[in-house]
Design a protein around this ligand. Sequence first.
Ligand SMILES: Cc1cc2nc3c(=O)[nH]c(=O)nc-3n(C[C@H](O)[C@H](O)[C@H](O)COP(=O)(O)OP(=O)(O)OC[C@H]3O[C@@H](n4cnc5c(N)ncnc54)[C@H](O)[C@@H]3O)c2cc1C
Length: 339
Amino acid sequence: MEKILLLAHTEADGSLGKAGLEALATAVALGGVLTVGLVGEATQAAADQIAGCGAARLLAVTGEVFGQPRYATDAAAAEAVCRAADCQIVIAAGTSRWARALPGVAYRLGGRVDTHATSLVLAGGAPAVTRWFYRQRMEAVLSRTQRPWVVLLDPGCVAPWSGVPGAPRAAAVEQVAVEPPATRTTVTGYQAPKADEQTIRPDAKMLLVAGAGWTKKQGDGAVHATEAEQLILGFLRKAQASLGSSKSLVDQSGEGEAVLSCLTHMNQVGQTGSTPRHAKGLSTCCHGEEPHVVGWRFVNQRRAINLDAGCGWARGKADVLYVADAFEVMRHVNSMLGA
Ligand SMILES: Cc1cc2nc3c(=O)[nH]c(=O)nc-3n(C[C@H](O)[C@H](O)[C@H](O)COP(=O)(O)OP(=O)(O)OC[C@H]3O[C@@H](n4cnc5c(N)ncnc54)[C@H](O)[C@@H]3O)c2cc1C
């Protein structure tokens, strides 16, 4: 087996995040001689966190300048670790930070990079990645002869490495010296919606999808968009679920129709939207057409609420279809969650 480098950046508190631990689990499972390379403002806590992973070497580029996500410094640090580690396979989590920096690093090293890999395993004795193509319709298994081969693993595909009982608590780290490159970018802080307003939660166990039906005339001949929004947001808060949408619903803002202000195109699930990974999904007021449902590929258990017993979900696309009024059902579900 070739030598493997697991490259990980630390989080603001100095620890390794879930995506990094997932990539570590993949690297450990691959077998072979493992080197771990850490990058961040502080790296010792992360090194101690993974002290029992069996790595032959623990390298780190440490310093305040490497704490901020920025192409120039991230690429310089990653390149230095790769050169010091001298491994043929480089595994990293597909975080926004590594997705931005590592393709350039692969180029500098004369290697190749594959992004959005969902696994990296041995196939016939050689490492091979799996990756989805054509909006998650086809899964391919790829291998490469060029080295170093940098593989960015999509988060959420494997269980994170969780330690070995009785493993050593402190790890010896070899520091790799890197002269920080000149930078033009200074990260002055983060602007993000308050946690309550954040509706896209990739780590949530549950996905709630809203369809255009929420803003259509209901049985009484009226539109109830305000109540729809309250029901949806109430459920999200109580269940800490992530919010997805059909294309029709997010497109409506451009047509001057009743809209749900909590939704943007970022919420859209489907062929021209996202393909989130959640243990469970509940579709509400959404027809379940193929271009939408293709985005449910990685939702393990699918349920839908629709007034129409002949909707798309009824055709083998949902595990359970509730033929019911979503307003009534969600009112009831929210009151049960509240209790
Ligand atoms: C090239 C292409 C790409 C596309 N990409 C995407 C994509 O990425 N994502 C996507 O979503 N779509 C996509 N579409 C569009 C897709 O085909 C559908 O048009 C869209 O998903 C329909 O959205 P909807 O189900 O919310 O709306 P509708 O089709 O209008 O369905 C509304 C549903 O709500 C139900 N309903 C109404 N009131 C209630 C109630 N009170 N209780 C329960 N149910 C109720 C109705 O019975 C109906 O089934 C794409 C289409 C094309 C051609």
